[in-house]
Design a protein around this ligand. Structure first.
Ligand SMILES: [Zn+2]
Length: 100
């Protein structure tokens, strides 16, 4: 095995460990908040049409939205207009789920 491929493996291993640690942290935080796994749920209100909807999302895995710090620029699923949504202020309160 060449030095370059060893280096590549080492970098891949470090990235993998960082991802695992990050998602373990997200998982613990979400468990405390009452949502399952790495999925976070927020209730958002659209500033354009005033409609509310629940959004499940995986932190760090935004593909359909642009992250702007703690808010997110994305299309409203109700009126399909693009707006900025605050992802932290609207987090749903802890809801007890069924027996685990
Ligand atoms: Zn809307």
């Amino acid at each position: 095995m060449s030095l370059a491929s060893l280096l590549g493996l080492a970098i891949a291993a470090v990235v993998l460990v960082l991802l695992v640690v990050y998602y373990a942290w997200v998982y613990r935080r979400n468990s405390a908040l009452g949502t399952p796994g790495v999925i976070s749920r927020v209730r958002l209100t659209c500033p354009k049409c005033g409609g509310t909807f629940d959004l499940d999302y995986v932190p760090g895995a935004a593909v359909t939205a642009f992250r702007l710090g703690r808010s997110r620029y994305m299309a409203c699923p109700l009126c399909h207009k693009w707006s900025t949504f605050d992802m932290t202020r609207n987090r749903l309160p802890v809801e007890p789920r069924g027996a685990r």
